[in-house]
Design a binder for this molecule. Structure first.
Ligand SMILES: *[C@@H]1O[C@H](CO)[C@@H](O)[C@H](O)[C@H]1NC(C)=O
Length: 309
């Protein structure tokens, strides 16, 4: 397995995300502003930690909820899959029986965490490159309108780099708004989790799936609403964040779903299996790709099999 390249790419991604998040390696683009611009003159809502959707909460949710849902979904699909209980008995032993499950879980969670860091990088890069200000920018910038000549007739566009008299750290943070990182991470988590858990065929899951969709999407939308309501972002920032996260999730999930391991070919089934699956659906745990020798069928039939009761 190409594990080493994957690890190297992962390490590089984490390093890049770290540099964006915690260092000044990539300086933010300094955008000018119009005197008294109402779109940027909202009151300062306080530090991010005092938000109703603080970063700690958003980051824990986008990390923990998809991990738990993917684990639960894979285990449920593994033990409650609707097709062929007898199919479980044709595999050779317990070790090979669990390997596809483990491989799927590791791959789904690995790609998920890779995508989290990628989303962080994309959002941070967008913020640094555009330098679009938050709605409360002028409140933390506190420009001296007299000194900048705002009393002159006509709209004055201020590009003076030293125009802001406020706290430099707050001003720098108020220059990073487009796209909203919280919105991007939320959308990424929701779309990835939906894709990966909703294709699983679990018995009695037909009603649960729409509910799960709503339960996942509602908090993500709420994060965006809170960002706008607290004057931390414009609507455009949140929408761009949602688009970024959705695009990255879709981009990462499609090759994952298309890989042969996720779609074992139906024609490789042993002839004893009369039924067939719709080929558009992934058949996650059919034992063919465990390379189980079929001549051991009868032997394994007598042995204990997990999940059968
Ligand atoms: C703003 O600039 C004017 C002119 O340079 C100066 O007289 C005034 O004291 C400044 N105000 C503040 C609050 O710094």
């Amino acid at each position: 397995a190409p594990l080493l390249p994957a690890l190297v790419i992962m390490a590089g991604t984490v390093l890049l995300a770290y540099h964006f998040e915690y260092t000044d390696t990539f300086p933010v683009h300094i955008q000018g502003f119009f005197c008294y611009d109402r779109a940027y003159a909202k009151p300062y809502p306080g530090p991010e930690d005092t938000s109703r959707a603080p970063p700690v909460l958003v980051y824990s949710l986008v990390t923990a909820v998809p991990t738990v849902l993917i684990l639960v979904g894979e285990l449920a699909a593994f033990f409650c899959r609707p097709w062929g209980r007898q199919e479980k008995t044709i595999i050779s032993g317990q070790c090979c029986y669990f390997i596809p499950l483990l491989r799927r879980i590791v791959r789904f969670l690995g790609v998920y965490s890779f995508g989290l860091f990628t989303t962080t990088i994309f959002a941070n890069a967008g913020q640094v490159v555009t330098g679009n200000q938050t709605p409360h920018f002028l409140s933390v910038c506190r420009p001296n309108y007299t000194a900048l000549g705002c009393q002159l007739p006509g709209p004055q566009y201020i590009t003076d780099r030293g125009a802001c008299a406020g706290n430099p750290a707050l001003v720098m943070a108020a220059r990073k708004a487009f796209p909203s990182k919280d919105a991007a991470l939320s959308a990424y988590a929701v779309v990835y989790t939906m894709y990966v858990t909703l294709v699983l065929e679990v018995r009695g899951s037909r009603l649960a799936k729409p509910s799960l969709c709503l339960a996942l999407a509602a908090p993500a939308v709420l994060v965006g609403v809170v960002r706008v309501a607290e004057h931390r972002n414009h609507w455009a920032d949140v929408l761009a964040g949602f688009l970024t996260g959705t695009a990255i999730a879709a981009f990462l999930v499609s090759p994952l779903m298309a890989s042969p391991e996720m779609h074992p070919k139906p024609h490789s089934r042993p002839p004893t299996q009369g039924h067939s699956l719709p080929s558009s659906l992934p058949a996650p745990y059919s034992p063919q790709h465990t390379q189980a020798p079929t001549q051991e069928t009868s032997q394994a039939h007598a042995g204990p099999t997990p999940g059968t009761s």
